[in-house]
Design a protein around this ligand. Sequence first.
Ligand code: ZN
Length: 162
Amino acid sequence: MNNEVQNNMVVSLDYTVRLEDGQSIDSSIGKTPLRYLHGHQNIIPGLEEALTGMRVGENHPHIIVPPEKAYGARTEATEWLPRDIFPADGEIQPGMTFAVEDESGETYPLFIKEVKTDNVLVDYNHPLAGKTLSFEVTVVDVRPATPEELAHGHVHNGDGQF
Ligand code: ZN
């Protein structure tokens, strides 16, 4: 089916994501729909799974995604790091995110929790780790990915790249 969400299709999606208490934390409504390449881990696994087989125009009001299929369980992953490993010129504040590269070249996010003169408390958990998320989605458009997009594993036009 050409209007169905399947692997290697570029999907345009209107979405609102809420916490369990109903609080909306992000939405594409009033903005550009999210575009991603289906089947390439561009989005969280639980959402990708639920979208598979949905058709253009179809709405799903409550896709419930548990932490293990979203941003993972929350772990005791905090650490004080010396202030001087961070850029000297920029200001560092709680709530900020940095991308860190490990030895294998893999990047992961690091969240600032607390800042003191010489030390910074960082949290390696994603802010949504441990949270069950509820998505409302409407499939806006589906098209086959280009060979270049498939080779890169992400969408190339529209919103830019993920
Ligand atoms: Zn690319």
